[in-house]
Design a protein around this ligand. Structure first.
Ligand SMILES: [Zn+2]
Length: 226
């Protein structure tokens, strides 16, 4: 693992439990550009790790410290998500500069890194993984709909909703926002929260409107993560 220390960190808030890992994409044209930005004191942004498309991992901030990757955010009532999480940046130009598939080598390296983080900090493997878009649904789209959440769930990293027959019964549109809130989303802008859920769990239907399949997946996901 390469080291490229960033000055952009501080101490985690003692009152906030470390229970999450936030997945990002860099959203810049090159990996070098992204790394330079995250190590520049002027930018005030960082992450614990960046993973290049070939799987090479660079550490910028020690896991014990609070990296600055989440920005204004919310999950399950917590707004200081930098204190509550690790931040991992995946090199990808993102929606602005040519969003593309995450290569297998990059995802393999991510899975190894996640297994280590989960073990070192006794995180709940089912519930700890979050997209940046989950915690800032009105501002962020990363890591986006090409990120392989279902594959990660197969590796024991996160949960993938598998609706049962009863999850399709008597769909109620009004139920969606309540479920999103119970799962952890900020529902100040309910359509944005629903879009974030779909980007992650129903990527073939990112509409901001809950159809029967979205509602079934919401119900199934809520059941699987408690
Ligand atoms: Zn991000």
């Amino acid at each position: 693992m390469k080291q490229s220390p960033s000055p952009n960190f501080n101490a985690r808030a003692a009152t906030v439990a470390l229970n999450a890992v936030v997945i990002h994409y860099t959203g810049m044209k090159t990996a070098q550009e992204a790394l330079a930005r995250m190590c520049d004191a002027e930018s005030k942004v960082s992450a614990h790790y960046m993973i290049d498309e070939d799987g090479a991992i660079t550490q910028m901030v020690d896991e014990k410290n609070r990296a600055w990757h989440a920005g204004a955010s919310f999950w399950r009532g917590v707004t200081d998500m930098n204190s509550a999480s690790m931040g991992i940046e995946l090199v990808n130009p993102g929606h602005e500069f040519g969003y593309r598939l995450f290569p297998t080598a990059q995802i393999m390296a991510l899975c190894d890194l996640l297994h280590g983080i989960i073990q070192r900090h006794s995180l709940n493997a089912k519930t700890c993984l979050l997209a940046h878009s989950d915690i800032a649904p009105s501002r962020k789209q990363d890591p986006g709909e090409l990120f392989p959440w279902a594959y990660l769930a197969q590796q024991g990293l996160g949960a993938w909703p598998e609706p049962a027959e009863q999850d399709y019964e008597t769909p109620r549109q009004t139920e969606a926002t309540a479920l999103l809130s119970q799962i952890g989303y900020d529902i100040t802008a309910p359509d944005d929260a629903l879009t974030a859920f779909q980007r992650r769990f129903h990527p073939e239907n990112i509409t901001g409107v809950a159809n029967l399949e979205t509602i079934a997946r919401l119900r199934a996901y809520k059941k699987s993560v408690g």
